[in-house]
Write a protein that binds this ligand. Structure first.
Ligand SMILES: [Zn+2]
Ligand SMILES: [Zn+2]
Length: 138
């Protein structure tokens, strides 16, 4: 096993340690990610099992129905407001963190762009990445 992925919110109240490797690293340009992030896209690492995630601190949660129809639960720090992680009602094992919440954000290596159909001309993502209009086909 390589180094765990560690990170948390800006004030340190929420911390995670993930003893796993990400199964997906994605820049998402959907409308939810734009509004919630305040900029052109969100950047996420998704891990396969919540059983290998150690969390400390009490996050607050809110839910939204994604463009795909799936319910996403966003978890953020009630002290500093930082969005830290995400879970999915339809895929309850998965655990997704925001790339910038990593202690070492350099470990984020985006593999694809999702919801490119919603991308804005001013939001430049890596043109070498595969880009999907919505989600990649399964
Ligand atoms: Zn915080
Ligand atoms: Zn999105």
């Amino acid at each position: 096993m390589s180094n765990p992925y560690t990170g948390g919110c800006a004030c340190g109240a929420i911390r995670y340690e993930i003893s796993d490797e990400p199964i997906a690293m994605v820049d998402c340009q959907c409308r939810d990610c734009q509004v919630r992030s305040g900029t052109g896209h969100g950047s996420y690492l998704t891990f396969p099992s919540q059983q290998r995630v150690a969390l400390t601190g009490e996050a607050k949660h809110w839910e939204i129905v994604a463009d795909s129809g799936n319910v996403k639960t966003h978890s953020f720090c009630p002290v500093c407001g930082t969005p830290v992680y995400l879970t999915f009602a339809a895929m309850p094992d998965l655990f997704t963190v925001h790339a910038a919440s990593l202690d070492d954000p350099g470990r984020y290596k985006p593999q694809m762009v999702t919801y490119g159909v919603r991308g804005r001309a001013w939001d430049h993502v890596d043109p070498a990445l595969p880009k999907f209009d919505r989600m990649p086909p399964r």
